[in-house]
Design a protein around this ligand. Structure first.
Ligand SMILES: Nc1nc2c(ncn2[C@@H]2O[C@H](COP(=O)(O)OP(=O)(O)OP(=O)(O)O)[C@@H](O)[C@H]2O)c(=O)[nH]1
Length: 418
């Protein structure tokens, strides 16, 4: 890192809060936002969000038929990439969604009924991450000619294919191949993510062997079809530990255009504050949307996740008013947990949905004033990143509304009223 860049640097001198040059935040943000806008507009062209889906049960056909009506707002400028959850029946798709986004306990998923229609959920209402998650029924024949897979894949940011590792996975691999090749034909920008799921039932050796085998076979199938250029990412997951949150974090991070800016800010923050590791968490889902560039150690991540649970639980019990008013997570939210191995976990509110959780050595934590001052700069920077984004989105909306009044679509073609 450029030694001249930094708000307050931690010096070994007697003056711990030695003030140095301020961070050139404006420049950092500008770079990030230019990239963001570029990505947004390209996705925008593709994302004409679906608004209504109808399920019709037909007597002649054993399977429910899905008709998708596109009542998308042609003036909508909000970018909400889709994350699709696909895979064979009972592979664990709904369980993943419920555990990650609805805080369902893993044992409760035993009672989940089979999904018989596409369940679409807007994750952005309750959390920082801004996407729609679509849970597909395992039995759906999405290559049915009436099923508009082209339109579905066109607005898709990530396709998560779930494989039950405790089951015979040959059929799942064939289905994976079919799904990926179809989707790639429609949209080459989709991130293909393969969750080798339910690994809690496998020994460590068996996990590695299964991952190697699935990786090899899936890539061989693509190579045989002349599609080596399709990249599949593999994750070993289970709802019974933190692996599902970690995998989802990585999937979601690929969809956040501001990621390089966030990582850069975290790197600057930790190196100037003597912090070992820092995660920027989405509080509701416990997905980490960014971390600094030091490697992620699973145990550290688990401790940070647990800390969020503890803080929210305690806050729900003791933080709310007697009449239940207030919110368990707000601007005042902060927590310090000292562990018995001379490390400290430090949590601070960043935005309504985000928390910074840091792993700090006890001796570095003695300079809490320094950490807090740097955190103040970091928080301000994060707010600036998202304020500018909001302004751009708002001004686009105003522009589009004006165009709408004139009766033209954003690209000038006559508007078709549905
Ligand atoms: N051992 C284990 N079981 C899991 C895991 N995830 C899900 N399950 C179980 O797998 C079963 C099927 O899960 P669902 O989430 O309903 O599967 P689905 O893919 O949504 O099924 P369909 O709706 O039929 O497509 C449930 O009994 C879950 O409890 C996991 O990580 N480990």
């Amino acid at each position: 890192m450029d030694p001249g860049v930094g708000n307050i640097r931690q010096e070994k001198s007697k003056q711990p809060y030695a003030y140095q040059k301020r961070l050139p935040l404006g420049l950092e943000f500008l770079t990030g936002l230019l990239a963001l806008e570029c990505v947004s507009s390209s996705i925008d062209q593709k994302c004409k969000g679906l608004q209504i889906m109808m399920q019709i049960e037909s007597n002649q056909r054993p399977l429910p038929k899905t008709i998708i009506l596109d009542f998308s707002d042609p003036f909508s400028t909000e970018v909400k990439p889709r994350v699709l959850l696909m895979g064979l029946r009972r592979s664990g798709k709904s369980s993943i969604q419920k555990v990650v986004f609805h805080k369902m306990s893993p044992n409760e998923t035993l009672f989940l009924e089979s999904t018989n229609k596409i369940c679409r959920e807007d994750v952005s209402n309750s959390s920082f991450v801004n996407f729609q998650i679509w849970d597909f029924p395992g039995q759906i024949d999405f290559f049915d000619p009436t099923f508009d897979y082209e339109m579905i894949f066109r607005g898709t940011g990530a396709l998560i294919f779930v494989i039950d590792s405790q089951d015979d996975y040959m059929e799942a691999l064939a289905r994976l191949h079919l799904t990926v090749t179809r989707a790639y034909k429609v949209n080459t920008d989709i991130n293909f993510e393969v969750f080798i799921h339910k690994v809690d039932g496998l020994s460590d050796d068996h996990k590695i062997e299964t991952q190697r085998d699935i990786h090899q076979r899936a890539n061989d199938d693509l190579a045989d079809a002349g599609l080596e250029k399709i990249h599949l990412s593999f994750y070993l997951t289970s709802i019974y530990d933190h692996s599902i949150f970690e995998a989802f974090s990585k999937v979601v991070q690929k969809l956040i255009p501001q990621l390089p800016t966030l990582e850069n800010l975290l790197n600057i923050f930790i190196s100037n504050s003597g912090i070992e590791k820092a995660f920027l968490f989405d509080v509701v889902s416990k997905i980490y949307i960014a971390t600094d560039s030091t490697p992620v150690d699973m145990q550290t991540y688990e401790l940070c996740c647990d800390m969020i649970d503890v803080v929210i639980d305690i806050s729900c019990i003791y933080g709310l008013k007697e009449d239940g008013a207030g919110t368990p997570y707000d601007k005042e939210s902060t927590a310090i947990i000292k562990l018995n191995n001379t490390t400290v976990l430090y949590l601070k509110e960043v935005t309504k949905f985000l928390a910074l959780v840091c792993f700090v050595r006890e001796e570095s934590f003695e300079r809490k004033g320094l950490i807090d001052y740097n955190f103040h700069c970091f928080r301000k920077a994060i707010h600036e990143v998202f304020e500018v984004r909001m302004k751009v989105v708002k001004s686009r909306k105003v522009q589009n509304r004006l165009q709408k009044k004139k009766g033209a679509t954003p690209n000038g073609t006559p508007r078709v009223l549905l």
